[in-house]
Design a protein around this ligand. Structure first.
Ligand SMILES: [Zn+2]
Length: 248
């Protein structure tokens, strides 16, 4: 028997009584778990296996399948259900994690990122667009696609007022050096956008959510982050398209 903390990313019914849940665990990546008699479980056990529940799971391994033995809720994120945009954005986070995080990989930092992002999403104290950008760019960094935002690729300038950020290779050229480059596929941005990306990918986790940006910086960051995810994961996520359709 294995005991693990995890967040339910997806649930789907199987037959009359059972369901499968995908959970993001602290130490074992995303696992698929068979919940027997799910329809009959109610009360505490029932809420602990519903979508977005953060719970402590007892799992039994039989053959190559995992079965739920029991579960205790730690936090249920009821506040996500009070707004359609919140539950839709959380669904996008769940979809991207199910796509990116393999079984049996260390996932502690990714789980901490998800839990903290959902906490701020639930209590509504951070801008949703900024939360999405933080989640996307920090996740990309955690799974091996960290942008190289330290200095201009050509001259080493650390803080250019204007620069060109490459979506494809994650680096940038200052405006002076960009003249010699082919800047197709680059985003031209100003220093505050670079500083925001730096904060998201490089700051200590304790400070990750503690920053603010202006409307115009957020607007650029929004487009840059979405383009970066799409370019590196080579995929569009239907849950993101749905979320965006709500926020037009
Ligand atoms: Zn330069």
């Amino acid at each position: 028997m294995t005991i693990t903390e995890g967040v339910v990313l997806k649930e789907r019914s199987v037959g009359e009584q059972d369901k499968f849940i995908d959970i993001l665990t602290k130490n074992s990546g995303v696992l698929e778990v068979n919940v027997r008699g799910a329809k009959k479980i109610n009360g505490k056990n029932g809420s602990s296996t519903q979508l977005f529940a953060y719970s402590r799971f007892c799992l039994d391994q039989r053959g190559d399948r995992l079965y739920l033995n029991s579960a205790e809720p730690i936090h249920i994120f009821y506040g996500l259900r009070s707004e359609l945009t919140r539950i839709s954005l959380a669904s996008y986070f769940a979809e991207i994690l199910r796509y990116c995080i393999a079984e049996r990989t260390d996932s502690e930092s990714v789980m901490r990122l998800l839990l903290n992002t959902m906490h701020f999403l639930e209590n509504g104290t951070r801008d949703e667009v900024l939360l999405r950008c933080i989640f996307e760019l920090r996740l990309m960094s955690e799974i091996g696609y960290m942008p190289d935002v330290l200095a201009c690729r050509n001259c080493g300038e650390f803080a250019p007022e204007e620069l060109y950020f490459s979506i494809n290779d994650g680096g940038f050229f200052c405006k002076d050096c960009a003249g010699e480059q082919d800047t197709g596929g680059y985003f031209d941005v100003k220093l505050p956008v670079l500083e925001a990306v730096r904060h998201i990918v490089l700051s200590d986790f304790d400070r990750l959510f503690n920053f603010r940006v202006s409307e115009s910086v957020l607007d650029k960051l929004d487009k840059l982050s979405a383009a970066y995810v799409e370019a590196h994961l080579e995929r569009r996520f239907p849950t993101l398209d749905f979320y965006r359709s709500l926020t037009l």
